[in-house]
Design a protein around this ligand. Structure first.
Ligand code: NAP
Ligand code: MG
Length: 475
């Protein structure tokens, strides 16, 4: 084992303020809801107090978005909208260190991930969509596709800034205005994004960011003057929203949970596959909707692969998210930690074999050591339910048909992985696995040009790419 000296990033870079206000109609204003305290999950200390929106504030924000839509944004030529969106992208880059440190403080994810994935990918989404703003007539949706109006957007806590970018960038590019609700436990980077939007001089009301709990999300999606709802979160809440919107004229996209199969064939380069498996499930503490949480290994290489995997996972460093050497950071909340613990206990109870890395854990904060379950059967809860934590369930198969059957034996269908030397087998598998994204010989790769979204209970609609524009256009 290598010894590493601590290499902490300075938290001063985050410019943390004691209070944050909501962003409505171009101004930072005190919300009239009960203020919330956001916590650093690595230390359990309160980071800041954040004002939240009441139902009246939701209404004000939607009205501001409507005015901005009617008077300015829907009438502005795409070439002009593009300039604003480019400016947002550039400002995210300029303030990238601040955003990365703040994201790691508020969410608990390792700084190397917020720095190298979340923030640059968020900027990339604005750059990419800025490019579409004046080219929508070439997107394949008719000669003059129209925006929808006011978009109400609700996002989860696992990629707080990145999910905001996924939602806001295409909405603006297509000429819509936005009211966005960040997750209760991670509101801070969305509010810095609001500062950036103000810095970029967007007309007031084009983007409004209103923190709060689930009830604020509910009153936003129910608001009668919202034309489009975009939700990323759990399947349970997605179902509530879909029922709520049935019979209305609101357009809806849902990006929900997942239980992805990562399938390793016996001809795969095993060392490379191990890296992909680790990335697939331990990236972002496994708080990833498309995490490769079910490993399907061909039986003939299962023992060898599992041995290599345990050796590799033992080297993962769990701890301070701000340390540049940290591989696995903090679990986002006590509630989520309890959920992970409960599912892990069910795995042991149902007879799977548990292996947990013996890495040291910090005394404070919410942490969970990387865990691998073998001898998992398809009926077990750890094979069926989303754990949303650093826990991998390993199953085996003998034939490609069996691999497909097991991969598809889930109510979800967001992503999948295939590891094999044979190109023809990759295509054969990709055509048969019901998943919105199939990675081959890699995992968890994100790019704004590639549409992302699910099948079945993972939701519907796509984000990213040309296809993703459809969600924000009247086609
Ligand atoms: P969640 O409970 O569904 O929360 C998601 C968001 O919805 C939060 O902002 C939440 O507010 C809000 N919300 C809660 N109840 C609501 C309601 N009745 N109406 C409107 N909004 C409501 O999900 P989570 O547990 O925070 O996030 C994890 C889930 O998100 C996982 O299942 C994961 O797979 C999924 N996810 C999917 C994708 C994807 O692209 N498919 C990406 C990331 C995450 P609060 O913050 O106050 O709870
Ligand atoms: Mg927090």
């Amino acid at each position: 084992m290598w010894e590493y000296a601590p290499a902490p990033e300075s938290r001063d870079i985050a410019n943390l303020k004691p209070n944050y206000r909501m962003f409505s109609d171009g101004q930072f204003v005190e919300g009239t809801g009960e203020p919330l305290k956001t916590v650093n999950p690595a230390t359990e200390e309160v980071l800041a107090e954040v004002s939240t929106a009441s139902t009246a504030d939701v209404d004000k924000a939607v009205k501001a978005a409507r005015r901005a839509y009617d008077r300015v944004w829907s009438k502005m030529p795409g070439t002009e909208r593009a300039k604003y969106i480019y400016r947002i992208a550039r400002l995210i880059q300029e303030r990238s260190r601040e955003l990365a440190v703040l994201e790691s403080l508020d969410n608990g994810k390792p700084i190397k991930e917020s720095r190298d994935v979340d923030v640059p990918t968020a900027a990339a989404h604005f750059f990419y969509h800025a490019g579409w703003a004046d080219k929508l007539s070439y997107a394949g949706y008719g000669p003059d596709p129209r925006p929808l109006g006011v978009a109400g957007q609700v996002i989860p806590w696992n990629f707080p800034l990145l999910m905001a970018a996924w939602k806001i960038a295409p909405a603006l590019a297509c000429g819509n205005t936005v009211v966005l609700k960040p997750a209760e436990t991670t509101p801070l980077t969305a509010l810095v994004l609001a500062e950036i939007i103000q810095q970029a001089d967007l007309p007031p009301g084009v983007v409004n960011i209103i923190p709060g709990a689930g009830d604020v999300g509910a009153s936003l999606v129910e608001h009668p003057d919202v034309n489009k709802v975009a939700f990323t979160g759990s399947t349970d809440v997605g179902k509530i929203i879909q029922r709520e919107l049935a019979g209305t004229r609101k357009k809806l996209t849902l990006e929900l949970g997942g239980k992805a199969a990562n399938v390793v064939f016996d001809d795969a380069p095993l060392d490379q596959a191990v890296e992909g498996i680790v990335n697939g499930i331990f990236f972002n503490q496994g708080h990833v909707c498309c995490a490769g949480s079910r490993l399907l290994v061909q039986e003939s290489v299962a023992d060898e692969l599992l041995e290599k995997l345990r050796v590799r996972v033992s080297t993962l460093r769990v701890g301070d998210p701000l340390d540049k050497n940290t591989d696995v950071g903090a679990i986002n909340s006590r509630e989520q930690l309890t959920k992970i613990q409960e599912l892990v206990e069910s795995g042991e109870g149902e007879g799977a074999s548990r292996w947990t890395s013996s890495c040291p854990l910090p005394d404070k904060g919410f942490f969970f050591a990387p865990t691998v379950f073998s001898n998992v059967s398809q009926a077990m809860r750890i094979a069926r339910e989303e754990i949303f934590g650093p826990v991998l369930s390993v199953l085996t198969f003998r034939t490609p048909d069996e691999a497909v059957a097991k991969a598809n034996n889930t109510p979800y269908g967001l992503s999948a992985g295939v590891w094999t030397e044979k190109g023809s087998r990759i295509l054969w598998m990709a055509q048969r696995m019901r998943a919105g994204v199939v990675w081959s010989n890699t995992f968890n790769r994100f790019d704004p040009t590639a549409p992302f979204g699910g099948y079945q209970e993972s939701g519907f609609g796509r984000e990213g790419g040309r296809t993703g524009l459809e969600a924000y256009l009247d086609v």
